[in-house]
Ligand binder design. Structure first.
Ligand SMILES: NC(=O)c1ccc[n+]([C@@H]2O[C@H](COP(=O)([O-])OP(=O)(O)OC[C@H]3O[C@@H](n4cnc5c(N)ncnc54)[C@H](O)[C@@H]3O)[C@@H](O)[C@H]2O)c1
Length: 257
């Protein structure tokens, strides 16, 4: 338990698929800090898993939301407005690319798949903020999850690198737009972590190995280390931070070789 008090704050977290999800690492700590947790799951299948995960917790609400559909996002926020009135924290920890587009030549990325990946992994943050912004009456904090492939080439990461570059740009543009309402928007750039989404990336074990070998801290990061920075960004401790990409990667991104 860290000394951060989020009692009375309503936190909406997108992207919990199971106990290995980065979203869960953050959600868990938000809950421990006293926040009322609302978990938005993708579909019925994930809903069952998430419901099992939180079965022993109180003050956790679940809502279904497919971020590729505007009507689903709108419906989610209407439901939340009816039950909670206002929002203080939003965590966007969502990404998608077809397995076939996370391997092979980038030049072979299919047009429709490209649009779908960018839509779910990047555009969805714009759509979410459009509804969340007006509900953050007392200001708020929004965080998104990104990866170093937004800047450097990771063979195999392909279209997801493009999506992360777009996402980081979106974080900056939204932080500029919503700053006057005391709504902060930041991204965490995490090092490789074993999750459901990571399983789809070809060469992921090698990437993890290289990170541990070259990073200044000479190891991989843990889920909990991302959770702790998430908690910091969602709390008042980071009140002067917006539009930033904070690396939680054991320092890997600063190395040239
Ligand atoms: N695992 C890593 O190494 C790593 C590193 C850096 C960044 N990230 C990013 O962290 C975020 C979370 O991924 P993760 O690694 O925890 O994997 P994960 O599979 O646990 O989470 C991905 C989530 O995206 C959700 N999602 C996909 N399509 C959706 C849709 N249409 N509507 C609603 N939700 C949808 C899934 O349901 C799932 O909960 C992603 O943005 C990912 O790119 C992951």
């Amino acid at each position: 338990m860290y000394q951060i008090d989020l009692r009375g704050k309503n936190a909406l977290v997108f992207g919990v698929a199971n106990e290995h999800s980065i979203a869960w690492s953050i959600a868990r700590l938000l809950k421990e800090a006293g926040a009322n947790l609302i978990l938005a799951y993708q579909n019925e299948r994930f809903g069952r898993r998430v419901s099992n995960l939180v079965s022993s917790m109180d003050n956790v609400s679940l809502v279904e939301c497919d971020v590729s559909k505007d009507e689903s996002i709108q419906g989610t926020f209407e439901t939340i407005k009816d039950s909670f009135g206002k929002l203080d924290i939003v965590v966007h920890s969502v990404a998608y690319a077809g397995r076939e587009d996370l391997q092979g030549n980038f030049s072979e990325t299919d047009r429709e798949n490209f649009a779908m990946s960018l839509d779910i992994s990047a555009y969805s943050l714009i759509s979410i903020l459009r509804y969340a912004g007006p509900m953050m009456e007392d200001g708020g904090s929004v965080i998104a999850m990104t990866f170093h492939a937004s800047e450097k080439v990771y063979p195999g990461y392909n279209v997801m690198g493009t999506a992360k570059a777009a996402l980081e740009n979106i974080v900056r543009q939204l932080s500029s737009e919503f700053g006057k309402d005391d709504i902060r928007v930041n991204a965490i750039s995490a090092g490789p972590l074993e999750t459901l989404a990571a399983r789809g990336i070809s060469g992921f074990p090698d990437m993890k190995h290289v990170h541990a070998e070259r990073a200044p801290l000479k190891r991989n990061i843990t889920h909990d280390e991302v959770g702790k920075v998430g908690l910091f960004l969602c709390s008042d401790l980071s009140s002067g931070v917006t539009g930033s990409v904070i690396y939680v990667d054991a320092g890997f991104n600063i190395m040239a070789i």
